[in-house]
Ligand binder design. Structure first.
Ligand SMILES: [Zn+2]
Length: 292
């Protein structure tokens, strides 16, 4: 997971440019919800602003950093994700899975809520674009927090007081933690970088919640790591000027944020420069994982 830098003003400009009048309709719809104190069906369609987040996130999933196709026909593969659920919030983890998440047990994860964050249903500061697996299969209407739930609050900055566990990497209005400061990688495996406190638990819960160690993601990261290792080797010692030039292009691209699993790539690139022997071990493991 990496941060996508954008200010509130810039985001609003992008939304207005993509869907003129959408923001005003959204404000009116939020007023309706405020009057009846619950989510109101209808309102300006979320799909109209989806491409703003697709572009902002270089077409990657907000949470797992998988690349999804950019073509409009492929829009079905991603959702406009409501960071805070727009309707009822259910507790996480479900009772049935608690025994499988031993590391996460032992601290509060927030109460359920019948009404949910209905005032944020049409607030773009609560949006991102995520893959169907992260949004529909894993997240759904769950939103674990450490503090008291404040579903009547519509200011996303004030809502930081809820101490959410899930990281939100768009701008810094809803979340000031940089995911790359909290979650690192040993080879292709995500790890918690912070030793204790809420930041430690955020990383732990985010990895567990989105199953960021799942096999398909690790295999994609293995491809990234093998490409990075080989490009780094070429850049250091290949006789061909063209091969060195292509190697530089590959490295820059993999670290730029425009391709999948940038956070893993950046962690591995740092290791390449400080501990070549360890990096080679991860390369060997990645070759076996990627090409099995
Ligand atoms: Zn995802």
């Amino acid at each position: 997971m990496i941060r996508y830098r954008v200010t509130v003003l810039e985001l609003m400009k992008r939304i207005e440019s993509q869907a003129p009048g959408w923001l005003e309709k959204a404000r009116n719809w939020t007023d309706k919800a405020r009057k009846v104190k619950k989510f109101v069906e209808g309102g300006p369609p979320w799909r109209d602003v989806k491409s703003v987040f697709t572009e902002l996130q270089s077409s990657k999933c907000l949470y797992c950093e998988r690349c999804l196709p950019r073509a409009p026909i492929s829009d079905v593969e991603r959702d406009v994700e409501h960071y805070r659920p727009k309707k009822a919030v259910h507790s996480w983890p479900p009772a049935a899975s608690k025994r499988d998440l031993g590391l996460i047990s032992g601290f509060p994860l927030g109460s359920a809520s019948a009404e949910g964050y209905y005032l944020l249903a049409h607030n773009v500061l609560n949006y991102g674009a995520s893959c169907k697996t992260c949004n529909s299969s894993l997240k759904g209407d769950r939103f674990p927090i450490a503090g008291p739930r404040r579903t009547q609050e519509d200011d996303v900055r004030k809502l930081r007081a809820e101490k959410p566990y899930l990281l939100f990497p768009i701008g810094d209005y809803a979340d000031t933690d940089d995911p790359e400061d909290l979650i690192g990688f040993l080879g292709t495996t995500p790890i918690v970088k912070v030793a204790n406190g809420h930041a430690h638990r955020r990383a732990l819960v985010t990895i567990g919640f989105f199953q960021l160690d799942r096999d398909d993601l690790q295999r994609e990261r293995a491809h990234v790591l093998t490409t990075l290792w080989e490009a780094y080797e070429d850049l250091q010692r290949h006789r061909s000027k063209k091969r060195r030039m292509v190697a530089k292009l590959k490295i820059d691209h993999l670290l730029s944020g425009k391709w999948h699993h940038t956070s893993c790539a950046r962690a591995y690139y740092a290791l390449l420069q400080t501990d070549r022997a360890q990096a080679e071990q991860y390369y060997d493991l990645s070759v076996r994982m990627a090409f099995r």
